[in-house]
Design a protein around this ligand. Structure first.
Ligand code: AGP
Length: 611
């Protein structure tokens, strides 16, 4: 949820820290700060609010701050303590010599704080992080070695963390460690980097080393030393990062969200590439390592996910049940983990996550893993914590997604579910899905057609932008699309939007309808078309403002609906991969028209690493 950057080398650290924090800003943005070492003294600069506020402070003191060639920086999404300057990271110890940035939560911070206070430490913030600064400083006082001080401190800390520490007396050393929170080291020439996520590194180096839990790394400009928590030296596994810096540019679009919506045709092509080669060939999914015999014998599938990924999972359920006739349960991870986990080795458990760092989903898959279930992870981040829990790993290859509102990663997850369901059906010899495969191959062109008419959606958006509430209705496989359309709108425009199964409308929600309420019906030709049409009539009879999203050319719709968003014809079973696109655009244009901060909506963070 928060972002960490560290730099030690031969250049001005603060420039690199601020660049890095800018590329991590999507992870959290309620306060930020940097610690540098100027003339042998650790100095902290912090600001509440957006990163821009920190940049102003740095600008004013630039002559001084820019002298430092070492530094650590942080962008925060508050968990313990309000997003104030006092609570912003870095935090320091009483003498001010140690500075720490931290992602995650220290679960035993109250006990640690009590102990440290008894030993004379004075706390200045409400954060759990400050305990680390005092603890490391205390240990340093005993051992006079920063790596050893951090190592001893981590033996006492419980919880999830990624930490970077500097000490005033060591102007060329950063020590970093992690447990259940990501951290990656970037290797340069005469300089080294550390960050919570690769976007902060890729403009400087593609050589990287991912830290594992409980590993401690010591960085100087010319060296990297890796040890485990018991002080054993470890071999370093250096990899080349696949990301390109261009992935972090808006490429001329006003917002990342709009750019990412436009990337979706290519994302579909990428996901299909190498897996669905031709209509008359079986889907190839080498990523699924579950033995084919075992796959045929599966008695049940459970899918765990949160937010947008949960909606993709709901479509996945529909597909797998339809093609493979295996019962599938979909559950928000945050619910799954707080009840008895009923699963076994005949159950396949699928975790879905864009970031691969969502704490609830990680816990859910770990719980299932401990019961012997095969764990299949569908994620956009094969380098993530969740990916490491996988027995089978399907990377969705959407490319880095910067906007907090997920769009292209959703499409990528959906397409992965189509491939998985077809693959499983083919392994089971269940049904011929040639038509669907053909439609998948031509899907990118249909998405391009929707994007080519985005101005129409922009016009509708303006018409409805001042609505206080919004209802989305659908049935069957597009019910998750209604939920996703509502979620997108809520997230970025703050309009109260809800998705309902159209049949449920008359069981309560219809009471809310009047002439001020827009109701958007997802009305795709197929087995539930007539039913949704009747439900739309019922809503119209209560004076709701009706909008249709449809592939039907039926003239009669003009009487019932105030606005009609027409999209290319598509089979009902594949339609969620197309219907979501105009809803993403609708949410985008409403938020943009209202002047909202589209890419960084209030109170949210890109990856939610706390339960
Ligand atoms: C999507 O627009 C949201 N920002 C959010 O619901 C997100 O999908 C959810 O937090 C799950 O994240 P994940 O896919 O990274 O696990």
């Amino acid at each position: 949820m928060c972002g960490i950057v560290g730099y030690v080398g031969n250049k001005s650290a603060v420039d690199i820290l601020l660049e890095g924090l800018t590329s991590l800003e999507y992870r959290g943005y309620d306060s930020s700060g940097v610690a540098v070492n100027v003339n042998g003294k650790v100095e902290l600069y912090k600001a509440a609010g957006k990163l821009q506020n920190l940049k102003h402070i740095v600008e004013k003191n630039y002559a001084e701050i820019s002298k430092s060639t070492i530094g650590i920086g942080h962008i925060r999404w508050a968990t313990h303590g309000a997003p104030t300057v006092e609570n912003a990271h870095p935090h320091s110890c009483n003498c001010g010599k140690v500075a720490v940035v931290h992602n995650g939560i220290i679960e035993n911070f109250k006990e640690l704080k009590e102990k440290l206070e008894k030993n004379g430490c004075t706390f200045r913030s409400q954060t759990d992080t400050e305990t680390i600064a005092h603890l490391v400083a205390t240990k340093f006082g005993e051992v006079h070695n920063l790596t050893e001080a951090v190592r001893l401190a981590t033996k006492e800390i419980e919880g999830a963390y990624a930490i970077c520490v500097i000490h005033q007396d060591l102007p060329n050393t950063i020590v970093a460690t992690r447990r259940n929170a990501p951290l990656v080291v970037g290797l340069g020439e005469g300089e080294n980097f550390v960050a919570s996520d690769v976007p902060a590194l890729i403009q400087y180096t593609k050589k990287a080393m991912y830290l594992e839990d409980n590993q401690i790394v010591t960085l100087t400009p010319d060296s990297i030393k890796l040890i485990d928590i018991d002080n054993n030296p470890l071999a370093q596994h250096i990899e080349m990062l696949p990301w390109e810096p261009v992935a972090l540019s808006k490429m001329g679009y006003k917002h990342f969200m709009l750019k990412e919506i436009h990337e979706q045709p290519d994302v579909v092509r990428n996901v299909l590439s190498g897996k669905l080669r031709a209509v008359d060939e079986n889907v190839s999914l080498k990523e699924v390592t579950l033995d084919k015999e075992k796959l045929r014998e599966l008695s049940r599938i459970q899918i765990v996910a949160c937010g947008t990924s949960l909606h993709a999972a709901m479509v996945g359920k529909y597909l797998i049940e339809e093609f493979c006739e295996i019962p599938v349960d979909v559950e928000p991870s945050s619910e799954y983990i707080y009840r008895k986990t009923i699963t076994d080795k005949n159950t396949l458990v699928i975790g879905v996550s864009q970031s691969g760092e969502t704490a609830d989903t990680i816990t859910a898959v770990r719980q299932a893993k401990s019961k012997g279930s095969h764990i299949l992870i569908i994620t956009n981040r094969p380098d993530s914590t969740m990916a490491r829990e996988a027995d089978s790993l399907i990377p969705v290859n959407a490319g880095i997604e910067v906007s907090v509102a997920a769009t292209k990663s959703y499409i990528a997850q959906l397409i992965s579910f189509y491939l998985l369901a077809i693959y499983m059906a083919e392994v089971k010899g269940a049904c011929d899905l040639g038509d669907l495969k053909h439609e998948l191959i031509i899907l990118p062109q249909k998405i391009e057609k929707v994007l080519a008419h985005k101005e129409d959606i922009q016009k509708f958006a303006r018409k409805f932008a001042n609505s206080k509430d919004f209802i989305f209705i659908a049935r069957g496989i597009n019910f998750p699309t209604a939920l996703e359309g509502a979620l997108k709108l809520k997230e970025i425009s703050y309009i109260n939007a809800t998705g309902y199964t159209a049949g449920e409308l008359k069981h309560g929600p219809i009471a809310m309808l009047d002439e001020s309420m827009p109701v958007l019906s997802i009305l795709m030709k197929g087995k539930v078309y007539d039913k949704i049409l009747s439900n739309s009539e019922e809503a119209k009879a209560r004076n709701a403002r009706m909008i249709a999203l449809t592939d039907s050319e039926d003239e009669k719709l003009n009487e019932l609906f105030e606005c009609i968003i027409r999209i290319p014809e598509i089979s009902e079973i594949l339609s969620p991969a197309l219907t979501v696109v105009p809803l993403q655009l609708l949410a985008y244009y409403i938020a943009e028209f209202l002047g909202k901060d589209v890419d960084q909506p209030r109170n949210l963070a890109k990856s939610v690493t706390v339960e």
